[in-house]
Design a protein around this ligand. Structure first.
Ligand SMILES: *Cc1c(COP(=O)(O)O)cnc(C)c1O
Ligand SMILES: [Zn+2]
Length: 425
């Protein structure tokens, strides 16, 4: 695919090109994910003046979904040309009982992205990536997925009437396979880990057979990554155009964490928010079965050593995280920290969030809540600083994680007497 997006043709597009995250080399807005000079990852570069023209009023007048931030995104300026389920503007839930349970005294909020159309934050990245993919001329949609991404790509493709082929590890939860396959595209179960799946997709994308195919997190990855910024914008807008002092995010590739931090920086740079006194600090959560980024932070390593993932938090099981170095940088630069949680702690995290907020999270949410508790107890998170934690996925997709630990609290015959005898009064 040699097509490019011409920013001059789409006047509202603030994106000006792709920029290498390692050496700074510049490229047009094409389907390119690595730098030709140094093989480093590339990301979207913006025109600072174009970004600065976006106002709070413009955003408020936009639709009740992530496209209200189109003026800050590299795709989707023409509503008719979007490939989207219109995700975003998910609830920001005040979580006083959870705060009390973990020992936070300042306000705690849960940004609940399980409320997106396919029940995870991945709808954001997919809407932006596939809208760019359509503009670039791709006619088939694909991904390498740990589960939620496959759900979202298959659903977006179905809505757009475009064929899809998604690649997943063969041992994925049934709840993620069914909720992907139902949309009717091709679902390829690969006998291997996510990292094997990703490697295979990296090879397929280079072949002529897949020249018409946009792999959202491979050849159009720079656009995919930008969708995560909308989570940062929404938190700021929902807090009344303020930034929290602390944010805690789950990490797989580390991209989400990196881009939420970037979104906060941009909002300050373009004058839409004031930074909180003392700045904001970014915290990351992984599962103990796959914690290469947290390990690098704890050992002070300059590079990330890949691991072979294990454990129930499958949506986060990326052993060789592409954006890991950038996530490390964001956490070190802002004075945050990272930690990881074992499977038992993840299960308890899911139940604690459910009991205290009415939100039923998938395993990634359990990881985040378990790490929240640890970081408060260890004094890494300031008990007196306003905090936002991100729930990125839906508990119904990973029922097995808690199915054995919860169930009916009583069992009775259908009579008044039996109900009373069981202590129900
Ligand atoms: C993909 C995913 C993440 C993390 O995404 P990265 O950007 O790769 O770090 C977090 N939570 C859930 C539920 C996910 O599916
Ligand atoms: Zn480079």
């Amino acid at each position: 695919m040699t097509a490019t997006i011409d920013p001059v043709q789409t006047l509202a597009n603030p994106a000006r090109g792709l920029v290498c995250r390692a050496c700074g080399a510049a490229y047009p807005l094409a389907a390119q994910h690595a730098c030709y000079a140094c093989f480093g990852p590339v990301e979207v570069g913006y025109d600072a003046d174009a970004l600065r023209r976006v106002t709070r009023e413009q955003i408020a007048a936009g639709p009740d979904n992530l496209w209200r931030y189109a003026g800050l995104l590299p795709a989707g300026h023409d509503p008719a040309a979007r490939v989207t389920l219109n995700p975003g503007m998910t609830p920001l839930v005040r979580a006083d009982q959870l705060a009390a349970a973990v020992g936070l005294r300042a306000p705690l909020w849960v940004k609940d992205d399980s409320a997106n159309p396919t029940h995870s934050f991945k709808d954001r990245v997919v809407s932006v990536a596939l809208t760019a993919a359509r503009a670039l001329g791709f006619t088939r949609y694909a991904c390498a997925s740990t589960g939620n991404l496959a759900n979202s790509v298959a659903a977006h493709a179905a809505r757009a009437g475009v064929p899809s082929v998604v690649f997943i590890p063969a041992d994925l939860e049934a709840g993620k396979v069914v909720t992907t396959a139902v949309y009717g595209g091709d679902v390829v179960a690969v006998d291997g880990s996510y990292d094997d799946v990703n490697r295979l997709c990296g090879e397929l994308v280079e072949t002529d057979d897949f020249a018409d195919t946009a792999f959202v997190n491979v050849n159009v990855r720079p656009y995919y990554a930008e969708g995560s910024r909308t989570l940062g914008y929404e938190v700021a807008e929902q807090l009344g155009w303020r930034l929290p002092s602390q944010v805690l995010l789950p990490m797989a590739s580390g991209e989400l964490l990196t881009k939420v931090d970037k979104a906060f920086s941009e909002l300050v740079e373009i004058g839409l928010v004031e930074p909180p006194a003392g700045g904001w600090r970014v915290f990351g959560a992984q599962s103990a079965g796959c914690d290469p980024i947290a390990t690098a932070l704890h050992t002070g390593a300059g590079t990330i050593t890949p691991v072979r993932p294990t454990g129930i938090a499958k949506s986060l099981n990326i052993g060789d995280p592409a954006a890991g170095p950038f996530a490390l940088d964001a956490v070190r630069r802002t004075g945050g920290w990272m930690d990881s949680a074992h499977d038992e702690e993840i299960r308890e995290g899911i139940r604690l969030l459910a009991r205290t907020t009415g939100i039923f999270a998938e395993t990634a949410g359990g990881v985040t809540v378990a790490v929240l508790r640890k970081l408060v107890a260890a004094g890494r998170l300031d008990r007196d600083a306003e905090t936002v934690v991100f729930n990125t996925g839906e508990g119904l997709k990973t029922l097995d994680a808690v199915a054995e630990t919860v169930g009916p609290t009583h069992r009775v015959r259908p009579s008044l007497r039996a109900a009373r005898d069981a202590g129900l009064r």
